[in-house]
Ligand binder design. Structure first.
Ligand code: GDP
Ligand code: IMO
Ligand code: MG
Length: 422
C-alpha cells in the first residue's frame, strides 16, 4: 500500500485539521510526521469545536490508529492537557494513539531558550509560537536531544544533563526565568506519557502498510515555513514538505501515493517575515474579520493578502502535489472582485518563478476576476456553483497545473464539497 500525504502549501493554517478529519473515514491510520504544539488544527462538527496541537486530526473518526511519528517534537505537559481534555469530552485515546519512541521531547528550558533567542534577535525576531520548537530541533540535530524512549531508561540523569546544558546557555545570555511550575507540570506530563503505547513507529507503519492498511499523513505548518524551502530565516525548524513524511515516519519515498496540497482562496501568515501579497488596507482587514484570521494557538492576528500563485506553483513543485484542496473560498463570497498574484516584478523585471529571496523589492502582478457574490456556505454539490466561481477555479487549476478536488465552504465537517473531475 501507498501512503497519502496532506500538507499546507502556504504559511500554515490552511485548514489541514478540518480536511484530515473529513478524509479519515477512508483510511485506517492517520499519522503526524513533523512539527509539534506550534500547530493548531481546528475541527468543527456537531456544533463542537476542537483545536489539536500534537494529536493527529484522525482521532475523532471511529477506531482509527493515530500515530505521532519520530519527526514530531512533543511537550509532555501540553500533550497531557490536550489529551485529558479530549478524554473528558468523550474521546478516549489511550488505545488508539501510538507515540514514537524516537520523537524528541520539548523540555521546559527549550521554551525558555525559544524566548531568550527571540529576545536576543530584537527587531529581527521570527515571531515564533514560543513553544520551544527551534531549540528542540536544534538539540536533535546537534545530538543533544532527549527522546520519548528515554523516559523508559535512565531518564533522570539524561534530563538533568540536558537541563544543565540549557542553564549554562541561558546564563551566558543573561536571561532570567523561573521554570518551577512549568517543570512540575512537565514531570506530571512525563508520568502521563507512560500510559500510552510508546512504539517503534517506523516498524509499525511499515507493517500496517504491508498488511494492506491505508495511511494518511498529516502535515503541520506549511511549505512556505519549511526550514529549507520556506522564507528562511522566517520559518519553522522542520521539513514541512512531503519529504518530511518519509523522514518523520520512516517511510521510503516510493511509498508516497497521493499528495493533497491545501490552500486558502487567499493567503495568511502569522509572525514576522516576507509576504509579497500582504494587504494593509480595508480589504486585508475584511478578509481577517470574515475569515476569523486569528491564531488557533496564540490568538495573534494573522496577516492577510491575496492568493499568491507564484509561491503556490513552487510549493506544488517541491511537494509533488497531485490534488489541490481549496479552503475558505466562502470568505470571498461577497467580494465583487477577487485578485490572484500570477507573477512577481523584481527590479522592474517580471518573473513567474519563486526567487531565492522575497525579502525586498518583490511586487506582485495581479489578475482580477469578477467575484461570484453568492453565499456558498450551504452548498453541498458542485452543481450549485455559480458560473463566476467555476471560472475562478478553472483559472486556478490552469495556473497551477493541478486539479482542485475538494472545495471547503465553511469550517464545519459538512461544509465540504468533492468535485467529480477526474
Ligand atoms: P490548520 O492549522 O491548517 O489546521 O488550520 P487552522 O485550524 O489553524 O485554521 C483554519 C481556520 O479556518 C479554522 O478556524 C477552521 O475552523 C476554519 N476553516 C477551515 N475551513 C474553512 C472554510 O472552508 N471556511 C471557513 N470560513 N473557515 C474554515
Ligand atoms: P499550523 O500547523 C501558522 C510560524 C510562527 C513563526 C514561525 C516559527 O497550525 O498550520 P515556531 O514556533 O515554529 O518556531 O515559529 O512559524 N508557525 C505557524 N504559522 N501555522 C502554524 O501551524 C505554525 N507553526 C509555526 O508563527 O512565524
Ligand atoms: Mg493552525
Amino acid at each position: 500500500m501507498k501512503v497519502d500525504v496532506l500538507l499546507g502549501l502556504q504559511w500554515g493554517d490552511e485548514g489541514k485539521g478540518k480536511v484530515v478529519d473529513v478524509l479519515t473515514p477512508r483510511y485506517d491510520v492517520v499519522a503526524r510526521f513533523q512539527g509539534g504544539p506550534n500547530a493548531g488544527h481546528t475541527l468543527e462538527f456537531e456544533g463542537q469545536k476542537y483545536v489539536l496541537r500534537s494529536i493527529p486530526s484522525g482521532i475523532f473518526q471511529g477506531d482509527k490508529v493515530n500515530i505521532i511519528g519520530n519527526g514530531v517534537v512533543l511537550d509532555p505537559a501540553l500533550f497531557k492537557s490536550e489529551a485529558e481534555a479530549l478524554e473528558a469530552s468523550g474521546h478516549p485515546l489511550k488505545e488508539r494513539l501510538h507515540i514514537s519512541k524516537k520523537a524528541h521531547l520539548i523540555l521546559p528550558t527549550h521554551r525558555v531558550l525559544d524566548a531568550a533567542y527571540e529576545a536576543a534577535k530584537g527587531a529581527s525576531k521570527v515571531g515564533t509560537t514560543g513553544k520551544g520548537i527551534g531549540p528542540t530541533y536544534t538539540d536533535k540535530v546537534s545530538r543533544n536531544g532527549l527522546r520519548v524512549g528515554d523516559i523508559l531508561h535512565g531518564f533522570d540523569e539524561k534530563y538533568a544533563a540536558a537541563k544543565a546544558r540549557h542553564e549554562k546557555i541561558l546564563q551566558s545570555l543573561n536571561y532570567s526565568y523561573d521554570i518551577t511550575e512549568a517543570e512540575k507540570q512537565w514531570m506530571e506530563g512525563i508520568e502521563y506519557l507512560r500510559q500510552f503505547h510508546l512504539v517503534d513507529s517506523e516498524h509499525e507503519i511499515n507493517r500496517l502498510l504491508n498488511e494492506g492498511k491505508s495511511v494518511l499523513c498529516e502535515g503541520a505548518q506549511g511549505t512556505m515555513l519549511d526550514v529549507d524551502f520556506g522564507s528562511y530565516p522566517f520559518v519553522t525548524s522542520s521539513n514541512t514538505i512531503c519529504a518530511g513524511a518519509c523522514t518523520g515516519l520512516g517511510l521510503a519515498p516510493n511509498r508516497i501515493g497521493e499528495v493533497y496540497g491545501i490552500m486558502k482562496a487567499y493567503c495568511t501568515r502569522v509572525g514576522a517575515g516576507p509576504f509579497p501579497t500582504e494587504l494593509f488596507d480595508e480589504t486585508g482587514k475584511t478578509i481577517r474579520d470574515l475569515g476569523h484570521e486569528y491564531g488557533a494557538v496564540t490568538g495573534r492576528e494573522r496577516r492577510c493578502g491575496w492568493v499568491d500563485l507564484v509561491a503556490l506553483r513552487y510549493a506544488i513543485m517541491v511537494n509533488g502535489v497531485t490534488q489541490l484542496i481549496l479552503m475558505k473560498s466562502d470568505v470571498l463570497d461577497a467580494f465583487p472582485i477577487v485578485k490572484a498574484c500570477v507573477a512577481y516584478k523584481v527590479n522592474g523585471e517580471e518573473i513567474d518563478y519563486f526567487p531565492y529571496d522575497i525579502t525586498e523589492g518583490v511586487e506582485p502582478v495581479y489578475v482580477e476576476m469578477p467575484g461570484w457574490q453568492t453565499d456558498m456556505t450551504k452548498m453541498t454539490s458542485e452543481d450549485e456553483f455559480p458560473e463566476e466561481f467555476n471560472a475562478y477555479i478553472s483559472f486556478l487549476e490552469d495556473q497551477l497545473g493541478t486539479p482542485i478536488k475538494i472545495v471547503s465552504v465553511g469550517p464545519d465537517r459538512e461544509q465540504t464539497i468533492e468535485r467529480y473531475t477526474e
